[in-house]
Design a protein around this ligand. Structure first.
Ligand code: ADP
Ligand code: MG
Length: 400
């Protein structure tokens, strides 16, 4: 039975709405190649006074037509991965370790740094100590390896008095179909979304693997990530055309429990989302099956945009059911989750329209409120997710 309790501290405004960070990547060769005449930049991060990080940027076209934006944080192209992690994801991971749900999501045009931010250099973590903890990650490591390091550091520091269980699920959404990246045999099998009043929206049959250490988790992820569909488009040779969503569940309970009245288990779920490119079809000059693919990718992203627009204006119907992506992210969009969105943009003027559209999306996200509470459950997930969900369904259908 899932129970939610109010957080002890009064939640500040920042913690009761989606946090939005914009990250500007440095120029790369493609920016020079795609510039029609001379390479020009259209994004200007306005430096903040003193050591404070910036919150403002301006977008300009042809040195005129200036638009100003304000976000929770704007990270310039000089910001390294470790600093990015500290301001984007560290607090959310701490919250997950307290039993909250957390979401870290990257949104932006292909080639602007979503995968760099979320994954970075995932296969190159260095140093494994006796308990399999990730001792250090490479300088290029993104959110995932650093979050895993933070989680297992916390576990190592608290394992004397607290019992932990960590499980991993890893899914890909491609052309409005959901696949299980952890299941080698069935990786071509399409999974379906189900809904239960007890567990909310879930992917039926999705693998939930118990992981024993940080290195164990990262090993699994680096193998599974190779199953992600990649295809070259004219915008970026390695552009990914699918959305990937990883769920890391951390459950914990104090060890000294009275067997007659055991402490509840706290369960925090960290969802890490690397979305497909947000650019329009015409820009990538997609043809044939790529066109079909791009339409379906746009279907999920348009639905995401529509939901965020409805949520931010606070009026009318929120079309969460319009795509698999928005159904899967129901909680992350205004539900029981603390969410941070990292919107990535490139600096080049040739991408002005895409950059403007990303910044508009990001601005709308600033108004989306969430209601995170600590999750307490009566016991560890001793059954795997599939079984639990079947049980939940059985209860639902019996009670309905
Ligand atoms: P996306 O996933 O949004 O399509 P990528 O993460 O693949 O984009 O980034 C495209 C290219 O730009 C990659 O070569 C990546 O290493 C580089 N890149 C992206 N962001 C940064 C950054 N902040 N600093 C340095 N290089 C970056
Ligand atoms: Mg990518």
């Amino acid at each position: 039975m899932v129970r939610s309790s109010r957080p002890n501290s009064a939640s500040s405004d920042e913690h009761s709405r989606i946090r939005v960070v914009v990250r500007v990547r440095p120029p790369i060769q493609e920016d020079y190649d795609h510039s029609f005449e001379a390479y020009e930049e259209c994004v200007n991060v306005i430096p903040h006074t003193g050591d404070n990080p910036s919150k403002f940027l301006t977008l300009t076209r042809s040195h005129t037509d200036e638009r100003d934006f304000m976000f929770d944080l704007v990270l310039g192209s000089d910001i390294q991965q470790s600093s990015m992690y500290g301001v984007v994801a560290e607090d959310i991971v701490n919250d997950v370790l307290q039993g909250f749900n957390g979401t870290v999501m990257a949104y932006g045009q292909t080639g602007t740094g979503k995968t760099h931010t979320i994954f970075g250099d995932i296969g190159n973590f260095q140093g494994i100590n006796a308990s399999g903890r990730v001792d250090s990650v490479s300088a290029k490591a993104g959110v995932i390896p650093r979050a895993v390091q933070q989680i297992f550091d916390h576990i190592e520091q608290n394992q004397e008095e607290t019992e932990f269980q960590v499980t991993l699920s890893y899914t890909q959404l491609y052309k409005e179909n959901i696949y299980d990246l952890l299941d080698e045999d069935r990786s071509g099998k399409i999974l379906h979304l189900r809904e239960s009043s007890r567990t909310g929206v879930y992917v039926d049959g999705l693998t939930a693997l118990a992981v024993t250490s940080g290195t164990h988790l990262l090993d699994i992820v680096s193998v599974a990530s190779k199953r992600r569909v990649m295809a070259g488009t004219s915008m970026n040779q390695l552009s990914s055309r699918s959305h990937v969503i990883m769920f890391i569940t951390v459950e914990q309970r104090p060890k000294q429990t009275d067997p007659m009245a055991p402490d509840p288990v706290r369960r925090g779920v960290l969802a890490i989302v690397d979305l497909a490119g947000s650019e329009r079809v015409s820009k990538t000059m997609s043809e044939g099956s790529r066109l079909d693919e791009a339409k379906k990718i746009n279907q999920s992203l348009s639905a995401l945009g529509n939901c965020v627009a409805a949520l931010s204006s606070g009026s009318g119907h929120v079309p969460l059911r319009d795509s698999k992506l928005t159904r899967l992210l129901t909680d992350s969009l205004g539900g029981n989750t603390k969410t941070v969105i990292c919107a990535t943009v490139g600096p080049a003027e040739c991408n002005y329209d895409e950059t403007y559209s990303t910044l508009l999306f990001a601005s709308r996200c600033m108004n989306v409120r969430t209601h995170a509470t600590i999750n307490e459950v009566s016991d560890f997930k001793t059954l795997n997710l599939t079984l639990q969900q079947q049980l939940a369904q059985a209860v639902d259908s019996n009670s309905g």
